[in-house]
Design a protein around this ligand. Structure first.
Ligand SMILES: [Zn+2]
Length: 116
């Protein structure tokens, strides 16, 4: 795995931390590509390297995330493409990312805390 080019992998799953989980290597609200999933843990690609995270901490999706994650408590949104963090006051319907220039809708707040 160490020799695999992480940036060229075709990823079919993405994961992010549940809103109440805090782990310093992962940015809250950001989606990370999933390299592999074991019964109780997953390997995510974090800044170009594989990081093992317990499955219990993760929300996993099979569709490429295309909406900003909105962290209502701290009033910021996280870009689904590049994980840029943007402070938001009034929520627009769509928002452009200043870092990657992507334009995405915003995830409804209640969805961010729903349990799969
Ligand atoms: Zn972005």
């Amino acid at each position: 795995m160490a020799t695999q080019r992480l940036d060229t992998l075709t990823v079919e799953r993405w994961a992010r931390l549940w809103e109440d989980v805090r782990r310093c290597e992962l940015r809250r609200g950001a989606w990370y590509p999933v390299l592999s999933i074991a019964p109780d843990e997953a390997v995510l690609v974090v800044r170009g390297r594989g990081v093992i995270i317990p499955l219990a901490y993760l929300e996993i999706t099979h569709t490429r995330p295309d909406r900003w994650t909105y962290i209502a408590r701290e009033r910021y949104a996280v870009c689904p493409n590049c994980a840029e963090r943007v402070a938001v006051g009034q929520l627009p319907a769509r928002m452009r990312c200043g870092k990657c220039s992507g334009v995405f809708g915003i995830e409804p707040a209640q969805q961010a805390v729903a349990t799969a």
